[in-house]
Design a protein around this ligand. Structure first.
Ligand SMILES: [Mg+2]
Length: 230
C-alpha cells in the first residue's frame, strides 16, 4: 500500500549547477529581448523560472505584454542553450542524494516525484547528466503554473494518474532548500523537510518552521526515518 508521496525540489536540494545555468538564461534573454535585465544579480533561489524571467525583465523597464509576447521563444531558447552547453562538470550532486534516492526508490510504499521552479525541459537537462531522471517518473514544473504554491496540487493529481492513489495532504512530503519550498507545502498542509545545502543556512530555514530540517542528507537512514514518520 502506498503511504507517502515524496516531492523533491532540484536546485540546492538534489544538485547545484555552475554559473552556466545563469549564463544560458542571460544569453537567451539577450537573444530574444535584447537585454539581460537584472539577471546577473537577481536571486533565483526557490523561484519559478517563469517568475524569474518576468522579474528581471521588468527591472529593465519591459512591460508584461512585451515579455508575454516572446515568452515561449525565450523559454525554448534557454532550454536549448542549456541542453547544448551544460557539461557533467557543471553539475554537483548534493551530499547523500544518490544513496537517498536509491533507498527511497526501493521502498514499495513511497512514490517519488519532482516539485520544482524549473521548466521541465531545463530541470530534466540538469538531472540527465548525473542520471537521476529515472527516479522521477513525473513532476510539477514552472510550465504548469506561475505560482509555486499551485504545484503541490498538480503533483498530487499526476501521482493519482500514475498510481491510482489519491494522496492526502498529510501523506505528501515536500523536500526543498528555501522558504518557498516550505511555504508551498504549507499552502496545502503537506509536510515539509528543509535542507540547508542551497543558499539558505540552517538558521535561516529554521525561522520558517519546516516540519524537519537537515544540514545535508548524508545520513540516509535518518532521512528515510524522518520521511516515513513525519
Ligand atoms: Mg531549490
Amino acid at each position: 500500500m502506498l503511504k507517502k508521496l515524496v516531492l523533491f525540489d532540484i536546485d540546492g536540494t538534489l544538485l547545484l549547477t555552475s554559473n552556466i545555468n545563469r549564463q544560458t538564461l542571460i544569453d537567451a534573454l539577450v537573444a530574444v529581448y535584447g537585454t539581460e535585465g537584472s539577471a546577473r544579480s537577481h536571486s533565483f533561489a526557490g523561484k519559478m523560472d517563469s517568475v524569474i524571467i518576468y522579474e528581471v525583465l521588468k527591472q529593465a523597464g519591459l512591460n508584461d505584454d512585451h515579455i508575454t509576447e516572446k515568452f515561449t521563444t525565450v523559454k525554448q531558447t534557454y532550454i536549448d542553450l542549456l541542453r547544448t552547453q551544460l557539461r557533467p562538470e557543471d553539475v554537483m550532486l548534493m551530499k547523500g542524494i544518490p544513496e537517498l534516492l536509491l533507498a527511497l526508490s526501493e521502498k514499495k510504499d513511497v512514490v517519488l516525484g519532482l516539485l520544482t521552479g524549473n521548466f521541465e525541459g531545463s530541470g530534466r537537462n540538469k538531472l540527465e547528466l548525473p542520471a537521476l531522471n529515472h527516479f522521477f517518473p513525473f513532476g510539477a514544473f514552472a510550465d504548469d503554473a506561475y505560482h509555486r504554491n499551485e504545484l503541490p496540487a498538480i503533483a498530487i493529481q499526476r501521482a493519482y494518474a500514475m498510481t491510482g492513489k489519491k494522496f492526502k495532504a498529510e501523506e505528501v512530503v515536500i523536500i526543498g532548500d528555501t522558504e518557498h519550498d516550505i511555504n508551498c507545502a504549507r499552502a496545502i498542509q503537506a509536510r515539509c523537510i528543509a535542507v540547508a545545502t542551497g543558499t539558505y543556512s540552517v538558521e535561516q530555514l529554521s525561522a520558517h518552521c519546516p516540519d524537519a530540517l537537515f544540514g545535508d542528507f548524508s545520513d540516509t537512514e535518518q532521512v528515510i526515518d524522518c520521511i516515513e514518520n513525519i
